[in-house]
Design a protein around this ligand. Structure first.
Ligand code: ASP
Length: 566
């Protein structure tokens, strides 16, 4: 028997019992005739007392050696309150080395000195550390909770194929050559989109799947080339039904996994308003700072250099503690621009300080201070120019400020639904429309007539769930009518022939009484990272890829070696 107990369970209840433990050596403290050794396994750490007398002369112990010990549970003289096992220690009578270890390339501690590259190369050692191990445990709990919740609500988990034909879902697909059908390729699915819709046509009322998806795009701190979705679809639903149901879902997850409760209803705002208010389609709304349009004020005050600008907008950043202008300098460095903005800082006793990149008249500055109801310590940032540019600039400022503020506010969550997202975006380079979500998204009925006049104006029946500025879920009501689906494909540049050969099977299925349906997919990696403090998603994936899409441990991708393959 390797062990009678694990390294995390012994306490006063077990005093004087003979036990056997197995684990890795975490710490060794040498006190001459005895060693104090901490031994660690998945469950925790236990302190051992090993007398040198019981060791052979050539016996050698080192961190990460895997040992088995037999001994007696004793009460500790001074209790360690940081450990569950802190009230006992084991007086060891026999010790065996189960496996030796090389010196690890970094310390296996909660706060490791390991560089990211080493942690990735030796990920199995990184997983021995509590922060990564605990993330994997919580990930497991989250998946379990998702499965239980959705199953109880009548969703069926159904697996769909991963080797599929390419479908245009907005990203590049990975291709896999077929051995049997020389010259032909499968694509790895980007999501189960088409198949989950076919399940609805197949009469499955509600579907879900926790599923790996693959997209050949640049990785980032919040994106991996292979990632996990909680993919869902429901029949006979409209936008409202989906939002109501998945609001209860996400609230349940936050309550059970994080013990965090949202009392309020999740606000719903249109894409267009999100852009106008925050300059972003996934805004972080925790700290307010909505854009305030100032064009009419500029006119009233006859501010010449601003009067002709398409858009003049400003934000108030409350109570910045910035005596030496450090924050302002930091922001200016980040945005790296000299024009089309100015700032005004509100000091005590009616004093103001403003940027010197433009000449701002004092009266106007004071007027703005009043208009924004700014108090001493507040900072106003104003940007102007073309609509898109001025929003972009102010949004950058807003995001940088939020990054600073949110460090203090990790456990405050502000979700929101973004709806009425445009159906198409114009791709300048390719000179054609692309779907903002994917081609199966249903246009809003009242916008259908724009399809032939001005496709850019068509809004879709889609929705994104954004939490603290991160897109956590995205979905839509789907087209279930062959004619409309074909029309959309045509707008995306597919010829009738291409539509027939690539999607004929799919649109044909619509002709067999396809039910109205819609759904959503949540990014599981992102969801868990935001639940646990918004860190890099790599910390929540057992074996992640780096930002270049490489696994530096297994050295993938690799050159193709025909000998091995055969
Ligand atoms: N398949 C979509 C995606 O992966 C999600 C959905 O529309 O349900 O983004």
């Amino acid at each position: 028997m390797y062990r009678t107990h694990n390294c995390g369970e012994l306490c006063n209840k077990y005093l004087n019992q003979d036990v056997t433990l197995s684990g890795w050596i975490h710490q060794i403290r040498n006190f001459g005739s005895i060693f104090f050794v901490d031994i660690r396994d998945f469950f925790g750490i236990t302190q051992l007392i090993i007398s040198k007398k019981i060791l052979h002369t050539d016996f050698f112990l080192r961190k990460e050696y895997l040992i088995q010990v037999k001994g007696k549970v004793l009460k500790r003289l001074s209790r360690n309150y940081n450990l569950y096992t802190g009230e006992i220690e084991i007086l060891v009578s026999k010790i065996d080395i189960l496996n030796k270890s090389l010196l690890p390339p970094f310390s296996i501690e909660d706060n490791t000195d390991g560089k990211e590259i080493d942690r990735m190369r030796y990920r199995y050692l990184d997983i021995r550390r509590n922060p990564i191990k605990n993330n994997l445990i919580i990930r497991h709990n989250l998946m379990l909770e998702v499965r239980n919740f959705l199953s109880q609500k009548g969703f069926l988990e159904i697996e769909t194929p991963i080797l599929v034909n390419y479908t245009p879902e907005g990203s590049r697909s990975f291709l896999v050559p077929s051995r049997i059908h020389m010259g032909k390729f499968y694509a790895l699915h980007q999501s189960p989109q088409i198949f989950k819709q076919l399940l609805m046509i197949g009469g499955i009322d509600k579907y879900f799947q926790i599923v790996k998806c693959f997209r050949d795009e640049d990785s980032r701190s919040d994106r991996q080339i292979e990632f996990t979705q909680i993919d869902c679809e429901m029949s006979f639903v409209k936008v409202h039904d989906v939002l109501v149901f998945f609001e209860s879902f996400i609230k349940h997850i936050f309550k059970t996994i994080k013990n965090y409760e949202w009392k309020k209803k999740i606000p719903i705002i249109s894409y267009c308003d999100a852009i106008k208010m925050y300059g972003s389609n996934n805004p972080d709304i925790r700290f307010g700072m909505k854009f305030v349009k100032l064009n009419h004020i500029v006119k009233e005050n006859n501010i010449n250099f601003l009067k002709s600008k398409k858009l003049v907008i400003g934000i108030k950043i409350k109570n910045i503690d910035d005596i030496d202008n450090n924050l302002i300098n930091f922001l200016l460095k980040k945005i790296n621009k000299k024009n089309n903005f100015f700032w005004i800082k509100c000091l005590i006793e009616n004093q103001i300080l403003s940027s010197n990149n433009v000449q701002i008249n004092q009266n106007f500055s004071k007027f703005l201070i009043k208009y924004f109801k700014a108090n001493p310590g507040d900072l106003l940032f104003v940007s102007y120019g073309e609509k898109k540019d001025s929003r972009k600039l102010l949004s950058e400022i807003r995001i940088e400020i939020i990054k600073k503020l949110s460090l203090k506010n990790k456990n405050n969550y502000e979700p929101l639904w973004i709806i009425d997202i445009p159906l198409f975006k114009w791709e300048k380079k390719e000179k054609r429309f692309k779907s903002v979500h994917h081609p199966f998204t249903k246009p809003k009925d009242e916008d259908l007539h724009f399809l032939s006049i001005n496709p850019k104006k068509v809004r879709s029946q889609s929705y994104d769930l954004v939490i603290n500025g991160m897109e956590i879920g995205s979905g839509s009501i789907r087209i279930h009518n062959k004619k409309i689906q074909n029309l959309i494909f045509q707008h995306l540049g597919f010829s009738l022939k291409e539509i027939k050969s690539n999607f004929g099977f799919f649109t044909h299925a619509f002709e067999y009484g396809a039910p109205p349906h819609g759904g959503i997919a949540f990014g599981l990696d992102r969801l868990i990272s935001i639940l646990l403090g918004g860190e890099n998603i790599k910390n929540f994936i057992a074996f992640p890829k780096n930002n270049e899409g490489e696994d530096v441990m297994t050295n993938s991708p690799t050159f193709f070696n025909n000998n091995i393959y055969n």
